[in-house]
Structures are given as C-alpha cells and as structure tokens.
Design a protein around this ligand. Structure first.
Ligand code: HEC
Length: 242
C-alpha cells in the first residue's frame, strides 16, 4: 500500500513538473543573477564604481593598438639623448624624400621657409620670432633632434605628434636634413633604390591612423586653421559684449 502511494506521488509530481514546463519560457532560474546581469549605462553614475562613475580611464600604461611609444622624454636630457642616439629608420628613397617635401611644405614651411632658412611667411610678418635656419651652427640639428622637436614641439613651435604619423615624421625628417645640406652647400645625399629599401625596411606605417595623402593633409591642416580663426573671432565678439 505504501509503495503504491509512493509511486502515485512520484507520478503526480512528475506530471506536475512536466505539465508546468513551457519551453518558450526561462522556467526555474537557479542563481538568477547569472542570467540577469545589471545593464550599466556607459556614462551612468553608480555607487558600485569608484567616484560613482561607470566610464573608466584605460589602465595606466595602456597603448592603442599599432602605436609604438616614443622612448625619449620631454626634457632637456631626453632632447640631448635623442639628438645623440636616434636616427632615421626609413630608407632614404626618392619617394620618401618627395613625400617628406610635400608634408614639409604643408606643415613647416609657413615658419621655416621653403629653403629651411627660417624665413617663412610667419617669420617675415613677424608673427613668430626666433625661427632658426636648419644649418644654424649653434643648434647643429641631427635626425634625432629634428624628430624630437617634431614630436614634442619646442617653445613657440608646437608638437606635430597628432597631425603627422610616425612614418610621415621620418619622411619630413629626411627632407629637413636635405635642406640643411643645401644651406651648407654640402653635396646631395644619394638615394637608396626602392629594391634595396624593401630589403631593409625597418619601419612600417604602424600608426593606428590610416595613411593620408598629401592632399588630405592639406585639407586637414586648412580645416584646423579655419577653425582657429573662427575661435579667435568668437572670442573677440565675447569681449565686445562684455
Ligand atoms: C609656428 C611656426 C613653426 C612651425 C609651423 C614649425 N616650426 Fe620648427 N621652430 C619654430 C621656432 C620658433 C623654433 C625655435 C624654437 C626655440 O628654439 O625656441 C623652431 C625650431 C625648429 C628646429 C630646431 C630645433 C632645435 O633642435 O634647436 C627644427 C629642427 C624645427 N623647428 C623643425 C620643424 C619642422 C620639421 C616643422 C614641421 C613639421 C616645424 N619645425 C614647424 C617654429 C615653427
């Protein structure tokens, strides 16, 4: 009798269990918080997080994919170190130098002049003072020092790390050293052929930014200038109102 009752109980509970089962539903959730996570808003404020802020800064030392850190610090020691030890990893090919010249004309010539004599338009109009010629003996620029000042800037000269990719900076670098040779009346450096260059290519354009053509750089640079002008005008308006 007891056995019969047990079997009956089993049947009833089994049919109950099966009867309530609905395959379209989640049914019984064991550890429900494993199914239902909390959806945080990207810029929301939640006590769980430090400063109640969901958006976090990347961990210290994080670098973007494809970007290589520059190993010399922004100090006098860093400058001297780069000046003495850093050299141009790009082969001195005609293409690299031509590309460097195009970029130089867009970014640097306005101050340094087409010949690198320090007599660009902004120098002639006395907008920026103290622009040196590239063959200035006291400065004795090297590939390393040129790269360093392009990366960090130097006093009134701004940094070009954001506008120009690593490869482009080295292309300009070749051209700046060319201008220095020309100013000194030194003989031209001989180009490395493309085939030779391919064998010893040390630097690929690894920057995360896509490569831009000289034309796109020109537009980009122009857009930045127009924006600057607009801001200055805006500021002037503000002063008038006050
Ligand atoms: C807004 C004007 C301006 C622009 C644009 C500019 N420079 Fe300069 N540059 C200067 C001035 C001013 C100095 C002198 C800074 C100082 O010694 O205080 C200088 C110095 C230099 C020096 C000498 C640094 C040294 O070691 O003493 C180099 C090399 C140089 N610039 C390269 C470049 C290159 C390459 C570009 C383009 C990517 C460029 N500059 C764009 C104004 C400019």
């Amino acid at each position: 009798m007891k056995r019969l009752f047990n079997i009956g109980l089993l049947l009833v509970s089994a049919s109950l269990a099966v009867g309530c089962f609905n395959k379209d539903d989640r049914n019984y959730q064991y550890f429900p918080n494993m199914y239902e996570s909390v959806g945080y808003e990207a810029y929301g404020s939640y006590e769980t997080f430090e400063n109640s802020q969901e958006a976090k800064l990347p961990v210290e030392g994080t670098i973007p994919r494809g970007w290589k850190p520059y190993g010399y610090e922004d100090s006098n020691d860093g400058y001297q170190n780069a000046k003495a030890n850093l050299s141009n990893p790009l082969p001195y090919t005609e293409d690299n130098v031509n590309e460097g010249k195009a970029l130089y004309t867009i970014y640097c010539a306005i101050c340094h002049g087409d010949k690198g004599d320090g007599k660009g338009t902004l120098s002639q109009r006395e907008k920026i003072l103290g622009i040196p010629a590239y063959n200035d003996a006291g400065r004795a620029i090297t590939e390393g020092s040129v790269y360093h000042v392009m990366y960090y800037g130097l006093n009134t000269m701004g940094s070009y790390a954001a506008q120009i990719s690593e490869k482009e900076r080295w292309q300009i670098n070749h051209y700046v050293m060319d201008l220095k040779r020309q100013l000194n009346g030194d003989p031209k450096r001989e180009f490395v052929s493309e085939e030779e260059a391919e064998l010893n290519t040390l630097v690929e354009n690894t920057d995360a930014t896509e490569e831009m053509s000289a034309e796109e750089h020109r537009e980009d640079n122009h857009a930045a200038e127009t924006h600057e002008e607009e801001t200055t005008e805006g500021e002037q308006e503000n002063t008038e109102v006050n």
